[in-house]
Design a protein around this ligand. Structure first.
Ligand code: CO
Length: 167
């Protein structure tokens, strides 16, 4: 396992439509493990293969909170519902934050690291993270969906307010 360098915008691979995975081999497993290490080391909650330089349909979401790590290979969105506007960031855009409207609910069909098909349902923040990562696999960046950018000063103020609320 290893931490890989994160591809930062602008870079052509970030806007490339990723290829479907056909070989569920050791190379894929090593990539998933590296992506996880890279995401954790960068304090991220999700990462997509193009962000470590591989234009293939592989993405990870892990909100922490003790849940299982979600590994999505060749994911397809099969259902969405509702909508919500929240602030997002991205490992490929250091210090860039903005409000993005996304569905509140999503149902996804994907394959796991062994190639087995599974279905996943998520809401709220988890759905947002999943949809953000699936966008990456289609070369779509969150900045193309931002309705309002939030500067660092406002981010800090919001973080402080949240801390006060939970105290
Ligand atoms: Co991202």
């Amino acid at each position: 396992m290893a931490i890989r360098p994160i591809v930062v915008h602008p870079n052509e691979i970030l806007t490339t439509k990723c290829k479907e995975v056909v070989n569920f081999d050791d190379k894929l497993k090593a990539l998933l493990d590296d992506m996880y290490d890279t995401m954790v080391a960068s304090d991220g909650i999700g990462i997509a293969a193009p962000q470590v330089g591989e234009a293939i349909q592989v993405a990870i979401v892990d909100l922490g909170e003790g849940q299982e790590v979600i590994e999505m290979i060749n994911p397809e969105i099969v259902e969405i519902g509702g909508s919500e506007i929240e602030i997002e960031g991205c490992l490929s855009f250091p210090d860039v934050y903005g409000e993005v409207e996304r569905p509140f609910y999503v149902k996804v069909e994907a394959q796991d690291r062994d190639g087995a098909l599974y279905e996943l349902q998520a809401e709220d923040y988890e759905a947002r993270a999943i949809l953000h990562e699936i966008d990456h696999l289609h070369g779509v960046l969150f900045t193309s969906k931002v309705v309002r950018y939030v500067d660092l000063e406002e981010m800090e103020r919001l973080a402080e307010e949240q801390e006060e609320e939970t105290e």
